[in-house]
Every structure is written in C-alpha cells, then in structure tokens.
Design a protein around this ligand. Structure first.
Ligand code: SF4
Length: 327
C-alpha cells in the first residue's frame, strides 16, 4: 500500500530529519480521510522511537477565578460571566492534602496552578506560595513540583527556583504572532516568553503548550508547534477547546477527532522528543476517541481533573496508560 507522498516525505523524521514549516503545511493541507490514520501511525512510531513512555501528571487549581486578564477561552476571567466556583489562594495545608492524594494515586508530578496575571514582586500572596512549596518539598519530597502562577520578574523567577520548583508551566496558547487577537490583550506574549527565559536561566524546566479550536488556522497551529520547538520545553500540554458559556468563544464549534488527530500528529513530527500531553478536552470533548488521539503521537496526559472541569478517575487512567504503553 502506497503512503500519501506528504506522509512519505514526513517519514524522514524517523531517520532524524527535521520537519520544516513547508513539510508540516503540506501535511495539513493534503492529508485527509483515511490517510489521517497513516499519519497517526507515523506519529506513533516517532513517539515510540524518540519520546519517553506514557506518563500522567496532575494539577490543582490553588486559586480560582476573579482574574483581571481577558483570555478569551477561560472560565476564570472576571471579564466574562461563567458561573464557575471561585476561591482565594488555598492554605498550605489544603494543598498538602491534595499533593498527598496525588502521590497516593501514583502520580509523580504535581502541578500547582493559580488564576491571575502573575507575580512581579514579592507580595504576601507570593510569599504564601513559596511557603507552600517549602511545605510540599518537606512533606512529599518524592513529588516533582510544577508551578503555573503566571508572569514573573527575574526576582520572583529566581525565588521559585530556590523554593523547589522543578518545572514551570507557561503556555504560548496559540501562534505567538496572533496572541493578542486570539487569546488576550491585557498582557503580552513577550511577557510570557520573557518569564520562560528567566526561569530557564535559573535551571527550572519548562512546560509550554497551547489550545486548539479557538478559530486559528492550520498555519497558526504549525507556527505554535514551531514556536514551542524554539522555547525548548520538556513538556507540552495540548488542550482542545471546550467552549465555555459566557466566554467570547462559547459558540465555537467543537473540533472533530479527525482534525485533532492530524494536529497532534503534526505536533509530534515537529517535536519528536518532547513530552506531549493531552490536557483539557480529552474526556469532555474527545470522549470515545481519546485512545486514538493518545496514539497520534502523544505520550502524556493530565489525570484526575482540570482547572474548572472534572476528568475521569485516576484508576481508570492508570489502566489506560498501561495499555497505551503496549502500542
Ligand atoms: S488563562 Fe489564566 S490569566 Fe488568562 S483569564 Fe484564565 S486565569 Fe486569567
């Protein structure tokens, strides 16, 4: 059986070649229908050859909602009326309980996430975050601590590094050139990239991905995948938009599994070695297709729920991961 020529060209990635922007655009424009399964198969082979085995991580929303930023997809922005549960920063003991549960569920990377712009100075709230990280490090030292608290200065980035932050999540979300138009105009993509660079300077590894289904084009998706490659992160969370009522994106159509499979596969071919994680949208949006999509080149997932939506049980996901690792 003959492979589609664009897929045959992309198969050079298996021999160590780098997928160019034009190669990726060709896949996006030319591959459709049943050929997508050949593309999925290639992405899975690349994942198997170059990336780590399937691994779960978990996140805790340590401060929810009432955010002054206007990210168009986000249920937590105070610019929109979405009716989510809001609460101020959790106490260190509450976070510790959640971290112990994550550890007992066999997860080894624990993400501490807060809503909001971020921390450019050492406010009392930022100090409480540092104290929480110290407590987690002392009480559950086996957990790797991933932090996602927004935009930082060099000073606050250095403090997080000193207080046991192993990895930091800062998503590009979309094609950086269209950030203001597609995501938010209350902060800039440059501030986010600068934050990443500060953290890398202090030895913190980076988790950096985005969302698809915002109304972006194929070339935007490819530009995001290429921008991620330039950032040199270790982890890449990929979210599929669940349109939230009350946000400007509430009417966006849900992406088809076919389109998501093609996007994930192209992401893997552009980034052969990275930990590509299926984040929000796996159970809620993609439902029965989550297995196929995990095999479209991904090797990680967020388990046990998301920031404002629930996921399926950690136990079910653990079995799922064991099965995925046999492919
Ligand atoms: S993504 Fe973060 S910064 Fe943007 S509105 Fe939501 S909570 Fe605020």
């Amino acid at each position: 059986m003959q492979l589609h020529p664009a897929i045959e060209n992309a198969a050079r990635v298996l021999d160590g070649a780098t997928l160019s922007r034009n190669d990726a655009l060709r896949l996006a424009e030319e591959v459709s229908g049943e050929d997508i399964l050949d593309l999925v198969s290639l992405a899975n082979k690349v994942r198997k050859k170059f990336a780590a085995p399937f691994t779960p991580c978990s996140i805790l929303n340590a401060k929810s909602g009432v955010c002054a930023q206007n990210c168009r997809f986000c249920a937590q922005s105070a610019h929109y009326h979405t009716g989510i549960e809001t609460y101020p920063l959790l106490e260190p003991d509450e976070v510790l309980d959640a971290a112990r549960r994550a550890r007992d569920n066999g997860v080894d990377a624990f993400g501490y996430v807060t809503s909001g712009y971020g921390y450019r100075t050492v406010t009392p709230e930022f100090q409480k975050i540092l104290d929480t990280l110290d407590l987690l490090h002392a009480e559950v030292p086996e957990l790797k601590l991933c932090v996602s608290i927004g935009i930082l200065s060099r000073e606050t980035a250095e403090l997080l590094a000193k207080h046991h932050t192993w990895r930091y999540n800062m998503n590009l979300q979309t094609n950086p050139a269209r950030y203001a138009e597609l995501i938010a105009d209350t902060h800039t993509i440059e501030e986010k990239i600068q934050t990443i660079r500060y953290l890398q300077e202090f030895g913190v590894t980076i988790c950096c991905g985005g969302i698809i289904g915002l109304g972006e084009s194929w070339s935007d998706r490819i530009d995001m995948a290429l921008a991620v490659r330039e950032i040199e992160p270790e982890g890449v969370p990929l979210n599929v938009l669940l349109p939230i009522k009350g946000t400007p994106l509430e009417e966006r159509p849900i992406l088809s599994p076919e389109e998501v499979a093609k996007t994930f596969a192209i992401f893997r071919l552009i980034n052969p070695t990275l930990m590509l994680k299926f984040a929000a949208g796996r159970e809620t949006v993609m439902k029965d297709f989550q297995g196929l999509l995990m095999l479209s080149g991904l090797n990680g997932m967020i388990t046990g729920g998301y920031l404002t939506t629930r996921g399926r049980s950690v136990e079910d996901d653990r079995r799922f991961i064991e099965q995925l690792n046999s492919f």
